[in-house]
Design a protein. Structure first.
Length: 247
């Protein structure tokens, strides 16, 4: 990507606000951007798992879902939702192995992509980059650990509550007394079937639990936006508030 263009300056400004590129020396950031190219993925598109063996991606706009599929039954589980500033795919980057997940565009996506060799070189040569990359990697591991813990230890009602907490916008919580609520932005617009895929359940069960949460005054859904009305009640339903998703 060539410097001097309005798009370049806009993307540079966005990257400087993300966890991975924050506080990097300007010369290093410009060098990295010089190796990126812009890509667009259409909403609803599902890409081959080998995508991560060819390019490394930074999300700029939209949400990406990571899916695993049983090749015999077609059953799917949703492992993770990535948001702007997140990376795909950290595992293939580090171990040089294929990662059997399907990246799916929940929205129209704008991404920056770079050759994997270049990104590995950044890790080897730039301690400034690693100071951001290592905490990001640890956070990603914690999120996956939380998913495994939820599936192994909790019932579906608790798993759903913990999922909503994990994906809620908790930083800068608006004043509940003003009636704004807390929006779980990464879950907006997702069907109950999709939520079920994320907690290892089925649509009917998720629908029943959501209705119970609405009746208890915990949350409501407004124009396909999931709004938390009583955070403390949701925490109690989830037993603990996981910190895995906090930045």
């Amino acid at each position: 990507m060539k410097p001097g263009l309005p798009l370049y300056r806009q993307l540079r400004s966005r990257l400087m606000r993300t966890a991975l590129f924050r506080d990097l020396p300007e010369a290093l950031l410009d060098d990295m951007l010089g190796h990126f190219r812009m890509e667009s993925w259409s909403r609803g598109s599902i890409h081959d798992s080998q995508t991560a063996m060819r390019r490394f991606y930074v999300l700029v706009e939209g949400r990406m879902e990571l899916l695993r599929t049983n090749p015999f039954t077609g059953k799917q589980v949703s492992l993770l939702i990535l948001r702007p500033g997140d990376l795909y795919d950290v595992l293939s980057l580090l171990d040089y192995q294929s990662h059997d997940v399907l990246p799916s565009a929940l929205d129209d996506l704008q991404l920056l992509s770079a050759d994997l060799t270049e990104v590995r070189d950044w890790i080897h040569r730039h301690p400034e980059f690693n100071r951001n990359f290592m905490p990001y990697l640890a956070q990603q591991i914690r999120v996956r650990e939380a998913l495994a813990t939820d599936l192994a230890l909790y019932d579906t009602d608790t798993r759903l509550a913990r999922l909503i907490l994990r994906y809620a916008t908790i930083d800068g919580v608006p004043d509940d007394s003003m009636g704004h609520g807390i929006e779980a932005t990464l879950l907006n617009g997702l069907s109950n079937e999709k939520l079920a895929q994320m907690i290892g359940s089925v649509r009917q069960v998720v629908n029943r639990h959501l209705q119970a949460m609405k009746k208890d005054g915990i949350l409501h859904i407004e124009k396909r936006r999931l709004i938390i009305d009583d955070l403390e009640k949701l925490k109690r339903r989830a037993e603990v508030l996981e910190a895995a998703w906090r930045r």
